[in-house]
Design a protein around this ligand. Structure first.
Ligand code: NAD
Length: 291
């Protein structure tokens, strides 16, 4: 193996510690803790695990966690009414509705109902638009975490060739927007892309967000490239990413493992976004390089 392993756990712990320090300062300045409300509808076991770990991490960072559970039979209007209450609640700085929602509920309508200034997941079209136009908003947590790992590893990204595999609203599109803002030359590959290996052959940065286990062959990677594997796939061999880790690690310069790479950064970035939301709502300035 030649690649350096990008340790997302350590990077996430450092980010959570910075958030914790600033949350304590926020409490001293305002007399209250930043607050994150998480809404879970139904009893999907994976979603329940995510919600529990988000709640724990929120409290550990010195923030207030508000957990709201609705039954799978909840109606669209009940869910919208809950979002409205959270929008109006001054103790709530960030609102996250855990996806996917049970069948019959319209996730887009719910996301659009969240106050964009409390939309710490960054999924509201207003925040997607802010990201696309270079305005301050909230950036989805997973691509934000990927960008932080890339900056830690590479420093200035300008001029680098980046290929993002996947064009979802949650990962691929915002990732491409962030890399464009960082002055990379960005290619977005997707299910209709012809000859993916041809594109990857010149990629200094590869971000794989496909959802297919070990989809990216090691032989497609440019020697020395930095590979960020967003995939989380449950297989008979356990959790694996979208990249053939062994193959890619023998040729890349650096690579994230699965688990222990991008995953831990996602929750840390959620805490970061909540802290930023709290500061903006309180009219306090948070130095850009503080976090
Ligand atoms: P998605 O299903 O919404 O999008 C997958 C994308 O892959 C699509 O845009 C599609 O065009 C592209 N694709 C499909 N087949 C392809 C092919 N043959 N060649 C090239 N592109 C192809 O998935 P998503 O929500 O973006 O998630 C992607 C992966 O990331 C999943 O494994 C998911 O579990 C994982 N994920 C991880 C985190 C985390 O915190 N680490 C967060 C979100 C998603």
């Amino acid at each position: 193996m030649t690649a350096q392993i990008i340790d997302g756990k350590t990077a996430a712990a450092a980010l959570r510690a910075r958030v914790g320090t600033l949350a304590a300062q926020f409490l001293a300045d305002t007399g209250r803790r930043p607050g994150l409300a998480v809404v879970l509808v139904g009893d999907d076991p994976a979603s329940a695990v995510y919600v529990r770990s988000k709640g724990k991490a929120t409290v550990a960072a010195g923030m207030e966690s508000f957990e709201h559970r609705l039954p799978a039979t909840a109606s669209q209007s009940e869910l919208i009414a809950l979002v409205d209450r959270l929008n109006a609640d001054d103790a709530v700085d960030g609102i996250l509705v855990q996806l996917p929602l049970p069948m019959g509920l319209d996730a887009d309508a719910v996301i659009q109902r969240i106050d964009p200034d409390k939309d710490v997941d960054g999924f509201h079209p207003m925040n997607a638009g802010r990201l696309a136009t270079g305005l301050h908003g909230f950036v989805p947590c997973t691509p934000l975490g990927c960008l932080m790992l890339l900056r830690d590893r590479l420093g200035d990204l300008s001029g680098l060739d980046a290929v993002v595999i996947g064009r979802s609203n949650i990962v691929g599109k915002p990732m491409a927007a962030l890399l464009t803002q960082a002055s990379c030359t960005v290619t977005i590959a997707h299910s209709r892309t012809h000859n993916l290996p041809h594109h990857l052959a010149r990629a200094d940065i590869v971000v794989a967000a496909v959802g297919i286990p070990r989809f990216v062959h090691g032989g497609w990677i440019k020697p020395g490239a930095t590979v960020i594997d967003v995939g989380i796939n449950r297989t008979d061999d356990g959790l694996v990413g979208d990249v053939d880790f062994e193959g890619a690690a023998s040729i890349a310069g650096a690579i994230t493992p699965v688990p222990g790479g991008v995953g831990p950064m996602t929750i840390a970035c959620l805490l970061r976004n909540t802290l930023v939301a709290a500061h903006r709502r309180a009219g306090l300035v948070l130095a850009a390089d503080a976090i």
